[in-house]
Each structure stands twice: as structure tokens, then as C-alpha cells.
Design a protein around this ligand. Structure first.
Ligand SMILES: CC(C)(COP(=O)(O)OP(=O)(O)OC[C@H]1O[C@@H](n2cnc3c(N)ncnc32)[C@H](O)[C@@H]1OP(=O)(O)O)[C@@H](O)C(=O)NCCC(=O)NCCS
Length: 184
């Protein structure tokens, strides 16, 4: 794999790389499996149960097409063979926001959590955003989720909450969302 950045966590197998479109395409199955695993574990990332491989693959096909058009960057955390986590920088397409990007689909496999990988992925995405001149980042997440703690710990500013914003993965209720930004 190629790619500039970015950082690595203490475990060598957790090295973080930017994927090129040519590298990402054959990895669709692993990327989709990571997304499905997160939703099955209850993560609120735009899907509800039952999660299926085909829903995850369809989402990633769209993301990879967008990646190939240069609209987003995709980070891979793991070895060449094994994927432990991923995050994306979605570049704002608006002419008057050419300095902004959204953070999307931060995912760490349950087997690899609480080892610093989510933090390392975010730091890699922020470093790359700074490098390419995207100095205002935005994101939203389920209020009270582990991710909300992570973003706060990384110095993101929470600017609001919308109640009942998204159905939880297990369909049990509609949860609030927290909205964050970070100036780099
Ligand atoms: C959110 C997520 C990416 C965090 O990944 P991770 O690799 O476990 O996070 P890290 O080990 O880097 O944790 C960094 C910090 O985040 C916070 N944090 C992470 N998980 C937490 C949890 N379950 N509860 C409270 N704080 C948590 C802590 O401050 C932690 O620092 P510490 O371990 O020194 O206390 C992971 O839980 C995940 O993939 N969740 C499902 C998908 C998801 O919700 N993605 C976000 C969508 S917006």
C-alpha cells in the first residue's frame, strides 16, 4: 500500500495508511465487514438491525466510487492482510468551503478497541486534512457514545445537540446527536 501519512499506534499491525482508489477497490469486502461488525455491535453509523453484508457492501461501493472521483480520503488501520479500523475525510464540495471536510465512518473493530486506535485514526485524518489545506473539520455522533468521549478528548468543540435525531442500531429508540467542529 502507498500513501503518505500518517501515524501508527504502539502495535505495528495497527499502522495507518491512506488508501489509493486502486488499493481500496479490492479491499471492499474487508471494509464492508468492518462496517457490518460495528453495526452488529450497536454502533450508530446510519444503519439499523438487521445489518447485512449486502447493505454494507452497497454503502462501500458508493463510498469507493466517491473516493475514485477524489471526493474523499480513506484511511486503513491494520496490516496488509488484516483491517482493524478505518476513517474517512469527506471533502466539502462547495466552492466557498474549499477549506472544510467532514469526518465520516470512524470504525474500530471490537477486538481492537481501547488500545488507542480510534485516537490514532483521528490524529492521522486531522494531520492529512491540515496538509491538504482542509483546516475546518465537522462531524456528528450519537450523544453519549464512546465516540463523543473521544472527540471531546481530542479537543473538538461541541456546538449543539438535536434530540431524537437517529434511530439506534437496535431500533429501541431515537437518540440525540451531538455536533462538533475543530479548527486546525
Ligand atoms: C468510537 C471508537 C472509534 C473508539 O475507538 P477506540 O480505538 O476504542 O478508541 P481509543 O482507544 O483511541 O480511545 C481514545 C479515547 O476515547 C475515549 N473513549 C473511547 N472509547 C470509550 C468508551 N467506550 N467509553 C468512554 N470513553 C471512550 C476515551 O477518552 C479514550 O481514551 P482512554 O482510553 O485513554 O480513556 C470505537 O468505539 C468504535 O468503533 N465505535 C463504533 C463505531 C462508532 O461509533 N464510530 C463513531 C461514529 S461517529
Amino acid at each position: 500500500m502507498s500513501g503518505e501519512p500518517s501515524s501508527s499506534n504502539p502495535m505495528n499491525s495497527h499502522a495507518i495508511r491512506l488508501l489509493s482508489p486502486e488499493e481500496a477497490a479490492p479491499r471492499l469486502g474487508q471494509l464492508a465487514a468492518l462496517l457490518a461488525e460495528a453495526v452488529e455491535g450497536g454502533a450508530s453509523v446510519n444503519f439499523v438491525w438487521p445489518m447485512t453484508a449486502s447493505k454494507a457492501e452497497a454503502w462501500w461501493q458508493g463510498a469507493l466510487a466517491s473516493h475514485a472521483r477524489g471526493e474523499r480520503l480513506i484511511f486503513w488501520a491494520g496490516s496488509d492482510e488484516e483491517l482493524h479500523g478505518s476513517v474517512q475525510l469527506v471533502l466539502a464540495p462547495q466552492e466557498n468551503q474549499a477549506f472544510r471536510a467532514d469526518i465520516a465512518k470512524l470504525l474500530v473493530h471490537r477486538r481492537a478497541r481501547r488500545q488507542g486506535l480510534g485516537r490514532a485514526l483521528m490524529q492521522a485524518a486531522e494531520a492529512e486534512a491540515r496538509r491538504i489545506g482542509r483546516t475546518l473539520l465537522t462531524l456528528d455522533t450519537e450523544t453519549g457514545s464512546p465516540a463523543e468521549h473521544l472527540y471531546a478528548a481530542l479537543g473538538w468543540t461541541k456546538y449543539g445537540e438535536i434530540p431524537g435525531y437517529a434511530t439506534c442500531a437496535d431500533r429501541s429508540r431515537r437518540a440525540a446527536a451531538s455536533f462538533f467542529y475543530k479548527e486546525l
